[in-house]
Design a protein around this ligand. Structure first.
Ligand code: F6R
Length: 242
């Protein structure tokens, strides 16, 4: 794991966009794994800026998002589909057929999860997966547990995750308790992984991750086994690192 602590969350967004830009230069048809939440917003802003200034050509990429809330339609204002439209896709020329998100309301959960895995495989696998990290160590919505799921699956969100996500909903009852998420194996198959962490609220989990043995109780610790992981943290998130 390569650890990089930068001065600000803006610098984290720029550094993540740099990694994506470099990949795009090597491989304009690359496959990107994307995340939602607060952390990648700076990265998305920077990608849009680079697209607008002509520094970046993103029309040939394929994308797969990590997760989607279970039970929300695409057009629900809080769905991750809407989040991605608002913060990235509507500003970039990526054709809709190359944008993939797990379905929020699948008729057959297991079959759609399997189909998502197959689509990733058919696209040639993920070249670069962007990740955030939960304060409890989750990646995607692979929550701390006795065992972890390898592939895309329906996951029950931890109580702390539901509470953290509540900030985006009008009332606590509306916050989904389940999500469809890539599994740990799906994430680990990505050729490169860039995990972003910003703000004080991530300092403790990052310091735990730094020294953690590989354990399902801290799902991000699985990344210690991956050969190409970069952790980009801002000063606050990196404040408890040795
Ligand atoms: C989002 C996702 C989650 C978030 C994590 C951090 O697609 O898979 O693992 O990355 O919950 O969320 P923020 O960035 O809001 O702190």
């Amino acid at each position: 794991m390569r650890w990089v602590v930068l001065d600000s969350k803006e610098a984290v967004g720029i550094a993540a966009a740099d990694q994506i830009s470099r990949l795009l230069q090597e491989k304009p048809t690359c496959v990107l794994g994307l995340a939602t939440g607060g952390t990648p917003l700076g990265t998305y802003r920077e990608l849009i800026r680079r697209h607008q200034t002509g520094e970046l050509e993103m029309s040939r990429v394929t994308t797969f998002n990590l997760d989607e809330y279970y039970g929300l339609d695409r057009d629900h204002p809080q769905s991750y589909w809407q989040y991605m439209q608002e913060h990235l896709f509507r500003s970039l020329p990526i054709p809709e057929e190359r944008i993939h998100m797990p379905p929020g309301k699948p008729e057959q959960v297991e079959a759609s999860c399997l189909e998502y895995e197959q689509e990733i495989e058919q696209a040639g696998g993920i070249d670069l997966q962007l990740l955030g990290i939960g304060a409890n160590g989750h990646i995607g919505f692979n929550e701390p547990a006795e065992s972890l799921q390898p592939a895309t699956h329906l996951a029950k969100l931890a109580e702390s995750t539901v509470q953290a996500n509540a900030r985006f909903f009008a009332s606590p009852e509306e916050v989904p308790q389940y999500a469809i998420t890539m599994g740990i194996g799906t994430i680990m198959k990505a050729k490169r992984i860039v995990l972003l962490a910003t703000g004080e609220a991530k300092a403790e989990i990052l310091s735990k991750l730094y020294t953690s043995p590989i354990t399902t109780r801290l799902p991000a610790s699985m990344l210690h086994m991956h050969p190409h992981v970069t952790i980009l943290a801002d000063r606050e998130a990196g404040s408890l690192l040795p």
